[in-house]
Design a protein around this ligand. Structure first.
Ligand code: GLC
Length: 662
């Protein structure tokens, strides 16, 4: 048992969630029934720097009210110029998904870095007695995904299947360098959601439904991103979204998490204990609310929950960095609007992500403090925490442009590492007859709309927020699975037909069908209850394509790109081999490495259970599980799957009769 896993596993031991046999924790009853009544106690791993704290106090004491409010304000780059950052004493900017310098998707690394430098120089050119550098935050959630030409890694759902924290730490290091290449020193990652309902559109941003995996990866990604925190290849990381984003009722994004206190502590908190112990410097509040229905305790929206943001996060868990709100997240606090929310700041939000309406926010918040609705002490504490993180990360000592990675296009490349991550993140669900690995001297027919689509291969949060409106060329790099097959087997040995219609399949040694979801992000990816969650219902063309090429006497290998564990028994039954590709990112070569004979075997193991019916959306007692969490075949472990049951999918999951079998 490694140091970390014991440390963060302590609350989980009660649920034997760590591969340890439950040990009694000071009681005679078996540990598995000892209720978890309170939040674990953690202390910041960062020693208090007395001189730094004194310096911060002196700076805060010399700031005007307007300067303090400017410091807690985070506009989006489309809505604020460098000159306005100077004029309004702005503490941070962000670029949202699909936002680039001059709104140019093709902006170069140098252009990103130049804009960063303009914001930085403006922020340190104010009339303040002590200049406070602005900090730029970005969603680099699977590599630096807004930047054209950057290598994009598999999304978290695939990394979870790799069961390789060391790999995740290396990905964090590479992602930090990618960010520093563009002059950005703060990344809104890792997402520490423990995904529970595959209806949720952000399932792919979760590493696993197993809190133990989330905890291991939280530690790894924070250490990878932050490194020594003030180095030229380091960035500030963000533990998000605090707390319970993966547990909302019916998987409704930004909805109500009805977890019990024990579930919140032992499941949804698991990633945070590890991230905090790894020294994460920022936490992003979550849109969801928490309503402990069983206990009759409704904590309300996280953005307005003093219990969670102050009593738990700061009190019990010892967090000494700063809390940032989510995009207009304060708007969801009762009585608040996008540009005005004393309640959220009083509840413990330190920096407010107010992308567009930042001027009004500043005016309203200055009034709130002046008229006593926000205590000056609370504002001072928020500014203090922000300055602490900026100083710890070296921002007061060195401009972002002073990094050796700054402006370097090669620093956003990490193809070999991403290719390794792809190999390790895909899961072999079926390989009947040992169809895989394919020999390298074969003639292959490739079908499926996803075979040559970097968009479907990378998913949401890729160049744009939703991952849509992109062409392969927009990525300025990357390799689709089709492209990788052509490169390895020779273009003459690989024929592509998007749907297989009119092709004489018998002329080929094998068919590779590449199916997949089209990209989405956040609530746009929700499959709202009571709709069934079945790939072939959402993407009927994929089923049609498979039916066109299956049963023709030529083995069919299916690869499915999905942001969630997808009910697909109908597709699996039409395939001789079936690979869960999840969302592998830009390096399609990693898939070819394991599909073709050679050096690599499949090692991926599901980090979410794979459903056995269209209405089984979780991993609870009522759900039919086709492949359990931890399942994954390899060439060394040949298992015949055979024909899977295909229960009749009801029109709606409310009419969820006992499953009639066909
Ligand atoms: C989004 C997401 C959050 C992201 C933020 C900034 O709405 O919830 O994960 O970091 O806005 O883009």
């Amino acid at each position: 048992m490694t140091r970390l896993s014991l440390k963060f596993c302590l609350p989980l031991l009660l649920l034997a969630g760590c591969g340890l046999h439950p040990v009694a924790l000071g009681s005679s009853a078996p540990a598995s029934v000892v209720p978890v009544s309170d939040w674990p106690v953690h202390r910041s791993p960062t020693a208090v720097d007395v001189a730094m704290e004194r310096r911060i106090a002196e700076i805060v004491a010399g700031m005007t009210l307007e300067q303090k409010v400017g410091q807690i304000t985070q506009p989006e780059i489309r809505y604020i110029t460098p000159e306005e950052v100077r004029q309004y004493y702005i503490g941070s900017v962000l670029n949202g998904g699909g936002s680039w310098p001059d709104m140019d998707k093709a902006a170069t690394v140098q252009e990103w870095a130049a804009l960063s430098n303009r914001y930085y120089l403006a922020s340190v050119s104010t009339d303040m007695p002590t200049q406070i550098p602005v900090i730029w935050g970005t969603d680099a959630v699977h590599g630096h995904n807004n930047v054209a030409g950057a290598t994009l890694f598999p999304h978290n759902i695939g990394l979870g299947a790799a069961h390789d924290p060391a790999l995740v730490e290396r990905i964090g290091r590479a992602t930090a360098r990618q960010a520093r290449a563009t002059g950005i020193t703060w990344v809104f990652a890792p997402t520490l959601a423990v995904g529970e309902n595959r209806r949720w559109g952000r399932t792919y941003e979760s590493y696993s439904s197993d809190p133990a995996i989330v905890g291991q990866y939280a530690d790894a990604m924070v250490r990878g991103l932050q490194g020594g925190l003030d180095g030229e290849g380091d960035v500030v990381a963000t533990a998000k979204h605090f707390m319970g984003d993966g547990g909302t009722f019916n998987g409704i994004d930004q909805g109500e998490t009805r977890a019990t206190r024990e579930e919140m502590i032992t499941r949804h908190g698991a990633g945070y204990y590890a991230a905090l112990d790894a020294g994460v410097q920022t936490v992003m509040a979550s849109y969801n609310s928490w309503n402990d229905v069983q206990a009759g305790e409704d904590y309300g929206k996280m953005h307005g929950s003093r219990e969670l943001l102050i009593d738990v996060l700061r009190g019990r868990l010892g967090f000494d960095g700063f809390v940032v709100s989510d995009w207009n997240g304060i708007d969801q606090v009762p009585g608040c609007t996008k540009d005005h929310c004393a309640a959220a700041i009083n509840a413990g939000i330190d920096m407010v992500m107010v992308p567009e309406d930042w001027r009004a926010f500043i005016t309203n918040t200055v009034s709130d403090v002046r008229e006593g609705r926000i205590p000056m002490a609370r504002l001072d504490e928020a500014v203090t925490r922000i300055l602490r993180v900026k100083m710890r990360s070296g921002l007061f000592e060195r401009a972002p442009s002073e990094s050796t990675y700054n402006g370097r296009a090669d620093a956003v490349q990490a193809s070999a590492l991403a290719r390794e991550a792809v190999r390790k993140s895909v899961v072999l669900l079926k390989n009947d007859g040992g169809v895989l690995p394919l020999a390298r001297d074969r003639k292959i027919l490739v079908v499926g709309a996803s075979a040559d689509s970097l968009s479907n291969q990378t998913g949401g949060w890729s160049l744009t927020w939703q991952g849509t409106e992109n062409t392969n060329a927009d990525f300025r790099g990357g390799t689709t699975l089709l492209g990788a097959l052509r490169r390895v087997l020779g273009a003459d040995n690989v024929v592509y037909s998007i749907d297989g219609v009119g092709v004489d399949v018998s002329g080929f040694d094998a068919v590779i069908a590449v199916l997949g979801e089209t990209p989405y992000a956040e609530y746009n990816g929700d499959v709202r209850h009571p709709a069934p969650v079945q790939h072939s219902l959402a993407y009927p063309a994929d089923l049609t394509t498979l039916r066109t090429v299956s049963g023709r006497g030529v083995p069919v290998v299916t690869v499915l790109y999905s942001g969630r564990p997808a009910y697909a028994n109908d597709l699996i039954n039409l395939s001789d081999a079936f690979v869960a590709g999840f969302l592998p990112g830009t390096e399609g070569d990693g898939l070819v490495d394991v599909l073709l004979g050679g050096e690599y075997d499949f090692t991926g193991r599901l980090s979410f259970a794979w459903p056995g019916s269209a209405c089984s959306t979780g991993e609870g007692p009522g759900d039919i599980v086709q492949f359990a969490r931890g399942y994954g075949l390899s060439y060394a472990k040949a298992v015949t799957v055979g024909r899977l049951p295909t229960p009749i999918t009801p029109a709606t999951c409310e009419a969820q009769e006992p499953y009639a079998r066909e």
